[in-house]
Design a protein around this ligand. Structure first.
Ligand SMILES: Nc1ncnc2c1ncn2[C@@H]1O[C@H](COP(=O)(O)OP(=O)(O)OP(=O)(O)O)[C@@H](O)[C@H]1O
Ligand SMILES: [Mg+2]
Length: 222
């Protein structure tokens, strides 16, 4: 890999609170067009690591470098457009699905192209009519897909995805996985994907497993 293909360098990142280590030091490099699946027992700090990389949480040690610059030195608005984070239980806002999908356009002061929104809905197996649906009427799996589409309206360089298919059935899990894999392959998006799903793990080109920070065995973690 040439130097210019390196997007993210996670260098010895750890997180502790009140003297307890919650994330043991971890280092990894994410390149353009790379898909890394992050797994490990519950409590190993996967979500914590993703939040640190998303610059939503300060690490206790180590540094995250994006395109050669420490993330702490990059303007948050600029970083958020390049490195986009999506979680299992997304926070949707406003009244309707449209309100949520229109936000990325409004942030960029662009006129919303409704045809594009409808196209994206179709990609994740949701009907066009979903645009006018009220947020409180959505199922958990519909919320997850609407939230993900917010991240995809304007493709970032890096997608940080934390168990985003947890509420979906097997068919829709597969659909989302293929959609993301296509963005990796065709658009060169880099993905850090947290999952416990064995089917998703078997399809991932690279898997990183985080250990429990205090060294307990996996079967003691439940
Ligand atoms: N804001 C916080 N304050 C204190 N402790 C926290 C906080 N967030 C997470 N933790 C603790 O940090 C540890 C790692 O949590 P984290 O959510 O990162 O794990 P995870 O690997 O994502 O687990 P899961 O697979 O269950 O989602 C856990 O012991 C958790 O209780
Ligand atoms: Mg988690």
């Amino acid at each position: 890999m040439s130097h210019t293909s390196r997007l993210l360098d996670v260098q010895d990142i750890c997180f502790a609170q009140d003297g307890t280590l919650l994330l043991a030091p971890v280092s990894l490099t994410l390149n353009i067009g790379e898909f890394i699946l992050l797994t490990g027992p519950s409590g190993s700090g996967k979500s914590t690591l993703l939040k640190i990389i998303a610059s939503l949480l300060e690490p206790s040690g180590g540094e995250v470098i994006f395109k050669g610059q420490p993330v702490s030195s990059i303007k948050p608005e600029s970083y958020r457009q390049q490195v986009s984070w999506c979680v299992q239980t997304p926070a949707l806002f406003g009244d309707t699905v449209y309100d949520n999908l229109a936000l990325p356009w409004k942030i960029r002061q662009k006129k919303v192209d409704v045809a594009v929104l409808k196209h994206w809905l179709k990609q994740v197996n949701l009907p066009e009519t979903m645009l006018d649906k009220k947020i409180e009427q959505l199922s958990g799996g519909e919320k997850q897909r609407v939230a993900l589409l917010r991240n995809l309206q304007f493709l970032p360089d890096v997608l940080l995805l934390d168990e985003i298919t947890s509420a979906l059935d097997a068919e829709n899990k597969q659909l989302i996985h293929q959609l993301i894999a296509g963005l990796v392959k065709e658009q060169g998006v880099a993905v850090l994907w947290i999952s416990h799903d064995s089917a998703e793990m078997s399809q991932a080109p690279r898997v990183i497993t985080l250990p429990l920070p205090d060294g307990r065995a996996k079967n003691e973690s439940a």
